[in-house]
Ligand binder design. Sequence first.
Ligand code: BV8
Length: 254
Amino acid sequence: MHAIEHDREKLEQAAGRLSRSERTIVSTGSGISRESGIPTFRGEDGLWQNHRPEELASREGFLSNPGLVWRWYRERLGTARAKQPNPGHRAIARLEPLIPNFLLITQNIDNLHRRAGSKEIVELHGNIERYRCFEYSHPAEEDPQWGDEPPRCHCGSIIRPDVVWFGEPLPEAEIECAFRESARCDTFLVVGTSGMVQPAALLPQVARNAGALLIEVNETPSEITPIVDIFLQGKAGETLPPLVDRIEELVSRG
Ligand code: BV8
């Protein structure tokens, strides 16, 4: 069978299943924001001023050079705000009302899903629009003054982004919800993640163990591809819109 027909058949299979789903989870990584112009972590543009993200996105990295890490987030916040949600983000927002129980679980901190209109979102790794103090997690005022060094909280502690750094535990409510819902969904759609970062990378396996059908959209095979039922290879912004169009047709037929 010709590759394009094969792909069309897999998309039809995925759309058929999602149109009948009672409880779907969509899980996204930085790949879904790539077509908005936001670099992924491990892609060719993954470094920043010759520093690796794992080095900057850590307590040690922040404490050893607060100004460098602060400026990295200042630049990323500026980039995220300057970019727009892409057709992939918007397709996921369109999918949400079509499924009786829908949950979006994202590893991304760029706020683009929210800006695309998604409502039911679990942000596993925080949000670059939120800031708190390092010592006591006092929430910082909306927009901390963006100097070259992080400002201080009223308690005197240094202000940091409200994101989860490497080596830090994920927020309890969010990770509990993510595991609980992954263990009860009937369909799990994973988009644009290498499946390398734990514990987010465990969620597809949790869903599979509970009998869910796994569908993956990724430009290239990932660590998760070996366990998925349907692998739709391609860019999220090109694959998700026709998938959701087809689901809308099937759902409207009833
Ligand atoms: C924790 C917020 C414990 C910050 C992020 C050894 C083995 C296993 C685990 C570990 C280990 N050593 C350390 C660990 C744990 C560590 C970890 O997993 N490390 C990895 C690197 C091995 N995990 C942690 O530290 C976590 N915490 O474990 O705590 C604990 C418990 C109790 C008490 C104390 C401690 C915390 C992890 C969270 C880190 N924070 N982000 C910030 O953003 O600044 S993670 C960050 O990286 C992102 O949020 C994202 O989640 C992740 C990057 O992963 P991806 O999203 O998958 O991106 P990547 O670039 O890898 O892949 C992009 C994919 O998209 C690719 O597949 C590509 O093909 C695809 N793609 C590209 N373009 C497109 C596309 N697909 C579709 N369309 C396109 N157009």
